[in-house]
Design a protein. Sequence first.
Length: 172
Amino acid sequence: MGRLVAWFGSTLVLALPSWIFAETQVQGSPRVRGSSPAISQAIEQAFERSPTFRELLAAIEGTDGIVYVHHGECGRNVLACLLLTVTQAGPNRILHIRVDPRRRGHDLMVDIGHELRHAVELLNEPGIVDSNAAHNFYQRSAAIDRYYFETQEAIETELKIDKELRQWKKQR
Ligand SMILES: [Zn+2]
């Protein structure tokens, strides 16, 4: 259980911008952007169905963060991750989440929720403006090993969203 935050080193920053132009806007959440219609749809459905997911999006709307959610690999059989490649673009801090393209429907929504919780953790710290600061923050508070981090809050968020999505389905 648990999707982790991955640290790939600051060199990855250079590889990121090509994705940025492919994003599609998520309805009602200008600060969380899916890089494909499938991802944007998952975010919108989770927003409709899960109060906890709505709280996450509202929390991010109250920050200076923009979070891109992409299809991609995290390595080591991890299916979703928040990259610690925090960058600044004008007044905004830019974060990136990757989800395995095999994740769909319920699992995809739960994964994105888990990683959005990590995004909130970082965005709540105004001093985290680059990858080193992000890495140091998790190194202090949530280190598992050199590459991966986990927090109780993200695990709890994931479990809540999982439960709320199941309840939504039962009510249909
Ligand atoms: Zn995690």
